[in-house]
Design a binder for this molecule. Sequence first.
Ligand SMILES: Cc1cc2nc3c(=O)[nH]c(=O)nc-3n(C[C@H](O)[C@H](O)[C@H](O)COP(=O)(O)OP(=O)(O)OC[C@H]3O[C@@H](n4cnc5c(N)ncnc54)[C@H](O)[C@@H]3O)c2cc1C
Length: 343
Amino acid sequence: MNNFIYYQPTHVQQALPLLEERWGVAELLAGGTDLLDRLKDYVSSPQKVISLTAIQGPFREISAIPNPSGGPPQVTVGAGVKLADIAESKLLRDYPALTTAAAQIAGPQIRNMGTLGGSLCQRNRCWYFRDEHIQCLLKGGRKCYAQEGENQFHAIFTQGHPCVMVHPSTLAPPLIALGAVAQIAGPKGTRELPLEKMFQAPSKPEQREHTLAPNEILLSVTFGGVPLPSGSRLANASYEVKQKETSDWPLVQASVAFVHLGPGNRASKVRIVLGHVAPVPLLSPEAAQELEGKEVNEKTATAAAEAAVAGARPLSQNAYKIPMLKAAVKRAILLAAGFKPYW
Ligand SMILES: Cc1cc2nc3c(=O)[nH]c(=O)nc-3n(C[C@H](O)[C@H](O)[C@H](O)COP(=O)(O)OP(=O)(O)OC[C@H]3O[C@@H](n4cnc5c(N)ncnc54)[C@H](O)[C@@H]3O)c2cc1C
């Protein structure tokens, strides 16, 4: 890897002025499970590496405020919290969509090093992007090689996307389904952003997979605490299909959250998010609409799954993801509603 200057500030306020206004000059280092690979492969060659590992306090903690309606608490997860701690936290037991997704990331080594901030801000895993010898669109080249190349692990929602990588974070879909809001620190103070607006499909080197500015730091995400009508509960679940059971990204993922009304087994305030099928974690209002206000059963879950894939435009080698995604959406809905897995 190229030489760089290493900083280890102890406060976010010390870290911020070390960042630069354009991408590529400085990189934040959290667990390093993504960044170190990129440095060693010459995919990223920053002049400065700013470690977040000495920052303590809320940045590394999970905290909860009880919900006056008796429902799930409002939870804030610091960006420096390890993936393994998210998977196991008792404060998150009402949010299986998130904890099961965290528990399935990679293997124990990565989960014990990787952090929430690193998961949400990691760069994509397209093999053309990760090859130091290939100048793809995101590295200033003129074309996306996956469009006509080896694209079996790429996006199936491709329309309007010059780069067809898939967004790599498995935590983004459940957090978006749960309506999470990000707290972000920058030179002008702290701002809040709904997580569904924190991601973008990049198409040039000046863009990342997220919309944070190069001189901003993700501090935490907050979700839950919403009052629930009596007799109802917050149903949520994630389901992913993988080629390998461990140390791999999902081929497809679906995360769902809805208020499950006791009388009539109905779903309300439905949110369905598709993962690893588009350059962004994809909120699917079409799928949610199929379930909204209806009884949750095989029929309505299947209708939502059909609606979820209606806009898919697969590439030459990845149409196999469509039936997988349908199964993931249907199973996530049924799991959230408490159906026993029959698959
Ligand atoms: C074999 C393998 C399998 C994997 N499988 C999965 C999977 O199934 N699902 C999945 O989601 N991930 C998967 N991963 C990726 C893994 O989750 C990420 O590498 C990890 O979450 C990154 O966290 P980190 O703390 O190590 O980030 P780092 O490598 O330290 O940082 C990653 C990027 O995020 C930026 N960053 C970090 N923290 C912040 C912050 N607070 N604010 C702004 N920017 C920040 C850094 O600057 C850097 O660009 C896998 C990785 C491996 C090696």
